[in-house]
Structure formats: structure tokens, C-alpha cells
Design a protein around this ligand. Structure first.
Ligand code: NAD
Ligand code: UD1
Length: 337
């Protein structure tokens, strides 16, 4: 099958492209490189022996999309392209709505014009907001607490309205929990620009000596050890969830909304200890005040994904840390090495 992958040089996109190529698909990657590097394509070819076709460009570029759909027999789109920094989204809401929402609308218009009506969309557990109950099931109320979360929920709404207007659409809304880890080759992984916002890349940079110590944002939450609890999922499990979603869409029209998580909650202290084991070294940390906007605890109900996709996560937190450490230690400066 010929698949257009937007944002395919990014963290989750690149791991998914590897699995798509390994499954024999023809892959076109469209990315404007605003948060990734072209070297990723070389690394993907090193892993698979088979490079995807790379087009440097923007999903908001209508002319380019028209050309792509005219030149290639694209059957489905996996839409990763978007901006994802929560703090930045609050400071620059228009930039986030323009890229994430308007960008998706342009893509969908051009897909419709080309009669390509199958899409897998990167949504996020952030659409649920403050937990009314845990684990979050897919029917949990949707009440995002920041601009980034609203932009994801808006695109979910656009896709649902589109599918209502035309039953030919096949849509998978994948609500990711916290993606971490890296490909076992150590050739691709998460390469944040600047100071990492997220826990795992920060811990990895402390371990490799790029940061002096970790700040633990609060140990007074009502959780197992007082630190924040999340559902970390290996990026390769997340990637295989996309292949399962493509199989589902071959057989089913309409809209699928599904969590991609493990169902397991891990605290900040538990993650630090797992990483210390993986890297065989102590991670210096200091407990500081809570981070504004952080939720205390959340994790997925993973039953529906298993039932509807026949998919479940395989890797535990120890493996996530081992693979993150391999990537970080082999590439201390990410793709700049
Ligand atoms: P990433 O930043 O590594 O990848 C996104 C890619 O999209 C980047 O390569 C970037 O250059 C590209 N891009 C951004 N805007 C573009 C545009 N207008 N046109 C073309 N390319 C563009 O992020 P990621 O972690 O791989 O996330 C992928 C998707 O999953 C995003 O939509 C993100 O919001 C969503 N998501 C991520 C997480 C997470 O924690 N990583 C969690 C839930 C959902
Ligand atoms: C963040 C985003 C969320 C997004 C998710 C994607 C915020 C407020 N939320 O969530 O919208 O969907 O990333 O993965 O940015 N922590 C520390 N020290 C650090 C970094 C984090 O103690 O230096 C703690 C946090 O308080 C939290 C846990 O580690 O308890 C995980 O944090 P992080 O990796 O940033 O993920 P989220 O908070 O889930």
C-alpha cells in the first residue's frame, strides 16, 4: 500500500515509518523539518535497507499536496505533523491552532479532492483533561486544559464531522499516552531541541552528562510515592499500534477512537530507578515545586485497543529505559552527531 506519512521524520513518525517499510509498504514522508532533521531518513535506510521517499514540505502547502496526490497512488495518510510543546502552545495559541488545526483542514481538503478518504490521526490522552475517573476509558469526558490539548480535540471534532457528512471516510483517532524509548538499533530516537520538557529525555541527558541534575516536580501528590504517575509507552509499541489501525481501517469505515497506552502507571521515582538500572549509574535529582498545569496521575484503560485492534503494548518500563539509554549514549547530541 502507498502511505503518506506527514511528520515522518519526527520521533513517533520515524519509528512508524521503519515498521511500515518492514511490512512492505511504499512510504512517502512529508515533513517541513521544523522539529526534526533530514538525517533521520539516512538512519531509517540504515535500519531497513530501504529508504522512504522524502519530500521536504509543509502540510499547509496546498499546491504541494495536490501534486503529491496527483503523482502517487496514495491510499491512506498517517498524520503526525504538528507542534507539541504545551507551554509554548499557551504562549503562542495562534501558531498552534494554525499549524495543528488549519494544517489538518488543508490536508483533509486535499485528501477529499483526491478521493483519499482514509486517515490515522495522532491524538493525545491530553484530550481527557483532569481525570473524573481512572483509568481513562475512551468514553471519559473530553476537557483539555491547555491550547495544545484543545488543538487535538478540535481536529478530532473536524474528523468526526467529516465522517458524518460522508460515510466513505475511514478515520482512526489514536490517543497516545506518554511515548518514550527508542528503536533497539540505537539509530533513531527522541531528539528534543533545547532543554527537554518531558521527563524521560531529561533523565537521559542527565545520565549522558549534558545536564547536571533532574528537577522532580513535586513529591506531595496523592500517588503511590508522592510523585506524578503516567502511562509510559514504548515508541515501537506505539508504532505497531499504527499498523494495527491501518488493518482496522481496511475493514471498517467510520471513526475509531482508541487509547494507545499500556494501562500501567509509573511514578517519577520509579522511572528514575528503572533508568539507573539501565544506565548503571545514579541519576542526581532534587525535589522542587509542582509544575503548573501538571496532572497528578493518569493512565489508560487498555482493554478497548486490545479488543478492537488486537493490539497491546509488549515492552515494560525497564526495556523503555534500556532502549532510551542505548540511543542517548550512542548519540549524545542526537542527530547532530
Ligand atoms: P515530533 O515533533 O518529533 O514530530 C512531528 C513532526 O512534524 C516533526 O518532524 C516536525 O518537523 C513536523 N511538522 C510540524 N509541523 C509541520 C507542518 N506544518 N508540515 C510538515 N511537517 C510538520 O513529535 P512526535 O513526538 O513525533 O509527535 C508526533 C505527533 O504525535 C504530533 O502530532 C504530536 O502532537 C502527537 N503526540 C505526541 C506525543 C508525545 O509525547 N510525543 C503525545 C501525544 C500526541
Ligand atoms: C506532557 C504534557 C502533555 C503531553 C505529554 C506528552 C505538560 C504540562 N503536559 O505531559 O500535554 O501530552 O507531555 O508526553 O507539559 N517531570 C519531572 N521533571 C521533569 C519533567 C517532568 O518531575 O523535568 C514529571 C512531571 O511532573 C510528570 C512526569 O514527570 O509527573 C511526566 O512529565 P512529562 O514527561 O512532561 O509528561 P506529562 O506531564 O504527562
Amino acid at each position: 500500500m502507498t502511505i503518506l506519512v506527514t511528520g515522518g521524520t519526527g520521533y513517533i513518525g520515524s519509528h512508524t515509518v521503519v515498521q511500515l517499510l518492514e511490512a512492505g509498504h511504499h512510504v512517502l514522508v512529508l515533513d517541513n523539518l521544523c522539529n526534526s532533521k533530514a538525517q533521520v531518513i539516512d538512519r531509517i535506510s540504515q535500519i531497513t535497507g530501504n529508504p522512504p521517499q522524502f519530500i521536504e514540505g509543509d502540510v499547509r502547502n496546498r499546491k504541494l499536496l495536490k501534486q503529491l496526490f496527483a503523482d502517487h497512488a496514495i491510499e491512506t495518510v498517517i498524520h503526525f505533523a504538528g507542534l507539541k510543546a504545551v507551554g509554548e502552545s499557551v504562549q503562542k495559541p495562534l501558531m498552534y491552532y494554525e499549524n495543528n488545526v488549519s494544517g489538518s483542514v488543508v490536508l483533509l481538503e486535499e485528501m477529499a479532492a483526491a478521493q483519499v478518504k482514509s486517515i490515522v490521526f495522532s491524538s493525545s490522552a491530553t484530550v481527557y483533561g483532569e481525570p473524573q475517573f481512572l483509568p481513562y476509558t475512551e468514553s471519559h469526558p473530553l476537557k483539555p486544559i491547555n491550547v495544545y490539548g484543545h488543538s487535538k480535540l478540535m481536529v478530532e471534532q473536524v474528523l468526526q464531522d467529516l465522517a458524518l457528512s460522508d460515510p466513505a471516510w475511514r478515520v482512526a483517532l489514536l490517543r497516545y499516552f506518554n511515548p518514550v524509548g527508542a528503536h533497539h538499533s540505537g539509530l533513531i530516537g527522541e531528539d528534543p531541541a533545547g532543554i527537554p520538557n518531558n521527563l524521560m529525555p531529561f533523565v537521559a541527558q542527565v545520565a549522558v552528562g549534558k545536564r547536571a541534575q533532574l528537577s522532580v516536580y513535586g513529591n506531595d501528590y496523592d500517588t503511590k510515592d508522592g510523585t506524578g504517575v503516567r502511562d509510559y509507552i514504548h515508541v515501537d509499541d506505539l508504532a505497531s499500534g499504527h499498523l494495527a489501525a491501518l488493518e482496522y481501517l481496511k475493514k471498517n469505515a467510520g471513526v475509531l477512537k482508541v487509547n494507545l497506552g499500556t494501562g500501567q502507571g509509573t511514578s517519577v521515582f520509579e522511572l528514575i530507578h528503572a533508568f539507573e538500572k539501565a544506565a548503571n549509574q545514579k541519576i542526581p535529582y532534587e525535589v522542587v515545586a509542582r509544575r503548573e498545569g501538571d496532572l497528578s496521575e493518569y493512565y489508560a484503560d487498555a482493554k478497548y485497543s486490545k479488543m478492537v485492534l488486537g493490539w497491546q503494548a509488549q515492552y515494560d518500563i525497564d526495556r523503555m529505559c534500556v532502549d532510551t539509554w542505548r540511543w542517548q549514549s550512542q548519540n549524545p547530541n542526537g542527530f547532530n552527531d
